[in-house]
Design a protein. Structure first.
Lengths: 482, 445
């Protein structure tokens, strides 16, 4: 497929620049001027529209394909949220306006949303305060880890480690490192949850914090989670709840009630804001009262007269984690989603997410190895080890699914499961969608037994087939040089 | 009514397949003692009610003020085609393109984005996006530290004050020495910079145009820094690159910036777009997703995520960065915007911004209460020294329907009467003239 640059024709343009209507002409000194030509395409608006529409056509998405990408919560994104975020009263507001004298009163709608969103997320998670600033899940983790560091610094604790289980997302250890900590990995036990003896062994007074995903990335709820929190607190560690999997437990469990000190949420997962091909997301962070003074600034507060304003008076704050108030355009959508679903709708979302995952788990457990054969929460992790013996890997199965019109599950994660196939159906998918997916998965298992050789040729109906990733990394071609 | 599609009959069938009698049985792993102390969320509303509520909230904001504020975040016109494409569900309801066969559309679009950003900045390689211009600067610092192993970072005070604050926050737990170098007459102070550039220094961060709107050619600093093995990081305003000397032409090592002006709405502070480019020898030290072109098994052009061994999902605590989700949809908007404008359009647009700023300067200079306008040369933003406190002037101007700029007194001691004013193609001659008249009325009363 041609690149937009290949379609360039001299003198074509896709946008009419407004005419110059001022008499002045600026004089730029020669040494400050650009000498090179800006090698951008010269194309018509139709060229652009058609080019990108064709690209869209060769792409899987939630609206067109079942997308059970484990850990990513690819639920359907209701359309009215998009409409709301595009209101000019939101889209056209300059973020510095509320910081100007007399400007706060002209941004009351935006500030009100941030204020109410904080209250809603506090109630959903059982925390005391939320910041909307973190711009994605990993950014939330970093914010949380920095709050841990600020807290211990304030208390004059000298601690150097953060514990993470071996089933954690890679972002956890990476975020802890940026906050200045060394990471200790705690192995899982035979039930797929953090090994409590190993945990005890590593839990010393040098531990600043423990980062846990709950339910964990195997989709398993750890019944000892409260005990784990208590043990951590005993040595002065703070407990961090990675909310990547909150979609499993809304109305069933609140991290704040069971001892967690800090939590981040992924609005683009749990609260249905679109994933945008890899962002923008939003990763608000909630804390218990004893940590609220360390939260990023600014904070939206409500004055006694009922108006909203920004408050910067937190001398112990970690500072500015984002330039302004977070990904506001994403936050508006999540706010709209929570209002529409309401209490029963949120509980129902978690219940149906768990129902769907357990249904898939039950229906496929005879076809694939289930390394941890027990009830799951919102996702289930199979292993293609059995198929691998016949020469068919998890990746091969993923490619087969693509040829059948399904986005594959997450493969090779969590790292503790060999040939992992991590399936998260989400609550918005119907039984008939799940049934067809289950059929195709069974078909794949069957083929792996009987005709393993067909997988080498999968997918056989896509614009490209098995791109050479080794070549991509060796002969780097990262831009068009034409 | 629930939002999920399951009928009661289907729920019954599914439960029976699973072998449980109720949904609550599925949650038995969560002991009763751990159940929520409360879950006091209002009951759900209809789409109509929620939209009406949000419309009311939106109408409490004033989206119709005539804006002359920038400070790194600019009100540029967004062609309708940008929204049309970024609203295609294939783009906005997909996720990270882990499976290339199902994701060629996105992968190619990001490869095109990387190309456009490289061509705009005259740099060798670009990643697939970071959160915003501030986080991009932080990631650039860390890239420099990885390249030369040194721990001292110089930051010219002409770098956006918001980014300086973010850099301080991000590096507070890392043993980095962040040194701010004051500006002289709002411009990079060469003498001091040369003194500070030494063998202990990892990188120097500069910005063009700088926070005060002044434009510069940093080639001399780059040359000197390189003699000392110091990495030069330049933060740029992409629209200005239509006419201004590029990071590549100045020879900098890493160029970053806020891409919001490339077709992304202001949206009260986000989502925005951090872009990051570098010389090709540093590509393996860069953070973030990178898309590469390769061949498939039949020899067809294809695109994949590449150099993933740098990233957190593979290298965990040893990764170049913790970033996972980035701002892909904003990057898509940027490449559509740049494609629509094209090589001539972007230059024309930059020239119009330049000329309108020059015209605004002429208008403001005639006002008795305006003591000094800008430190030429500038692009589309400059400081204005007023006879009155800028905060008070802003307050009065807002009540007249203008956002006249950003008062600098809050950030810099002794600058209480300074206003930072930006002009884009969105402002017409008439609006600029009326703005000057209103300002005159405020200052002379």
């Amino acid at each position: 497929m041609q690149l937009i640059f290949d379609k360039s024709k001299p003198e074509r343009t896709g946008f009419k620049i407004p005419k110059k209507d001022v008499p002045a002409t600026a004089k730029l000194p020669d040494n400050l001027k650009r000498k090179s030509e800006i090698n951008l395409p010269e194309v018509s608006e139709l060229d652009v529209i058609r080019h990108f529409s064709i690209l869209a056509n060769i792409h899987f998405c939630v609206d067109t394909h079942f997308y059970p990408l484990g850990s990513c919560t690819m639920k359907y994104n209701p359309k009215f949220m998009e409409k709301a975020a595009k209101f000019p009263g939101f889209e056209d507001i300059h973020p510095l306006l509320p910081q100007l004298s007399g400007g706060g009163i002209l941004t009351q709608g935006c500030l009100e949303i941030l204020y109410h969103m904080e209250k809603l997320l506090n109630e959903i998670t059982g925390m005391d305060a939320f910041t909307m600033q973190p711009l994605a899940g990993a950014h939330g983790e970093l914010t949380g880890a920095m709050i841990i560091a600020a807290y211990h610094r304030d208390k004059k604790h000298k601690k150097k480690y953060i514990l993470v289980p071996d089933s954690s997302h890679g972002t956890n250890p990476a975020s802890a490192t940026i906050a200045g900590y060394e990471v200790i990995v705690v192995p899982s036990d035979k039930n797929g949850v953090m090994d409590i003896d190993e945990y005890r062994k590593h839990l010393t007074s040098d531990v600043a914090g423990v980062m846990l995903t709950c339910p964990n990335t195997l989709g398993i709820f750890n019944p000892h989670i409260k005990e784990i929190c208590e043990m951590g607190h005993k040595v002065g560690a703070l407990l961090y709840y990675d909310g990547a999997n909150l979609n499993a437990v809304m109305g069933k469990l609140r991290p704040g009630d069971i001892g967690f000190d800090i939590v981040h949420l992924n609005l683009h997962k749990t609260f249905a804001t679109p994933h945008g091909g890899g962002g923008p997301g939003a990763g608000p962070v909630g804390v218990k009262k004893h940590l609220s003074e360390f939260m990023p600034i600014s904070k939206v507060i409500r004055r006694t007269d009922g108006t909203f304003c920004l408050d910067y008076n937190y001398p112990k704050s970690i500072g500015y984690i984002a330039p302004f108030y977070g990904n506001f355009g994403v936050i508006v959508k999540a706010y709209a989603y929570i209002l529409m679903l309401g209490k029963s709708g949120l509980i129902d979302a978690s219940e149906k997410a768990v129902l769907n995952a357990n249904y898939v788990r039950t229906k496929l457990k005879n076809s694939y190895k289930l390394p941890y054969d027990r009830r799951c929460m919102h996702e289930c992790v199979f292993s293609a080890e059995r198929q691998k013996e016949k020469g068919v890997s998890a990746l091969d199965i993923a490619k087969y699914l693509i040829s059948k019109g399904y986005h594959p599950p997450t493969v090779y994660f969590p790292l503790i499961v060999k040939e992992a196939l991590m399936i998260e159906p989400t609550e918005t998918e119907s039984k008939e969608t799940l049934d067809s997916f289950i059929e195709v998965m069974k078909e794949a298992a069957d083929l792996a037994e009987k005709k393993p050789e067909v997988f080498a040729d999968m997918p056989d109906n896509t614009p490209v087939q098995r791109p050479d990733e080794v070549k991509a990394a060796r002969d780097l071609n990262l831009k068009w040089n034409g | 009514m629930n939002y999920t599609p399951h009928t009661p009959e289907e729920v019954k069938q599914m439960l029976s397949e699973i072998g449980v009698s109720s949904i609550s049985e599925l949650f038995e792993d969560i002991p009763v003692s751990m159940r929520p102390a409360s879950f006091d969320i209002p009951e759900g509303k209809s789409e109509l009610e929620v939209i009406r509520h949000l419309q009311e909230l939106a109408s409490k904001n004033s989206g119709d003020l005539l804006t002359f504020i920038g400070a790194g975040f600019y009100s540029h016109y967004i062609p309708a085609a940008v929204d049309a494409i970024s609203s295609l569900p294939e783009f906005y309801t997909a996720y990270t393109p882990y499976q290339p066969e199902a994701s060629q559309g996105w992968l190619q679009a990001i490869y095109e984005y990387q190309t456009a950003i490289c061509h705009l900045t005259d740099m060798d390689v670009s990643n697939a996006s970071l959160y915003d211009g501030g986080t991009a600067l932080y990631e650039a610092c860390m890239t420099a530290v990885r390249i030369n192993g040194r721990k001292r970072i110089l930051v010219d005070a002409g770098v956006n004050i918001i980014y300086w604050t973010m850099l301080k926050c991000y590096t507070s737990n890392l043993s980095l020495d962040m040194v701010k170098i004051p500006v002289k007459n709002m411009r990079a102070d060469r003498q001091n910079i040369y003194k500070q550039l030494d063998e202990r220094t990892s990188a120097i961060i500069l910005q063009n145009p700088n926070f005060f709107g002044c434009i510069d050619d940093f080639s001399d600093i780059v040359e000197y820094a390189h003699k000392k093995g110091v990495i030069v990081i330049l933060s740029v305003y992409p629209i200005s690159l239509g006419v201004l000397k590029t990071p590549g032409e100045m020879g900098v090592d890493i160029a970053v910036g806020e891409g919001q002006s490339l077709g992304i709405p202001l949206s009260f502070g986000g989502p925005y777009l951090g872009f990051m480019t570098s010389k090709k020898e540093f590509v393996r030290k860069m953070p973030g997703r990178i898309i590469g072109r390769t061949l498939d098994k039949h020899g067809r052009d294809s695109y994949v995520m590449t150099l993933q061994a740098r990233e957190q999902h593979i290298r965990r605590e040893k990764a170049t960065s913790n970033i996972c989700s980035n701002e892909a949809l904003c990057a898509l908007r940027a490449v559509i915007y740049l494609s629509l404008l094209g090589k001539k359009g972007l230059r024309e647009l930059a020239l119009i911004n330049l000329d309108k700023a020059a015209f605004t300067k002429e208008c403001l200079e005639k006002i008795p209460g305006v003591l000094k306008v800008g430190q030429p040369p500038f692009f589309n933003e400059f400081t204005v020294l007023l006879s009155h406190n800028a905060d008070e002037v802003v307050h009065k101007m807002i009540s007249k329907g203008y956002i006249p700029g950003l008062p600098l007194g809050r950030f810099y001691r002794g600058m209480d009467n300074y206003l930072l004013v930006a002009i884009t193609e969105q402002r017409t001659k008439e609006e600029i003239v009326k703005f000057a008249e209103s300002l005159e009325a405020v200052l002379c009363n």
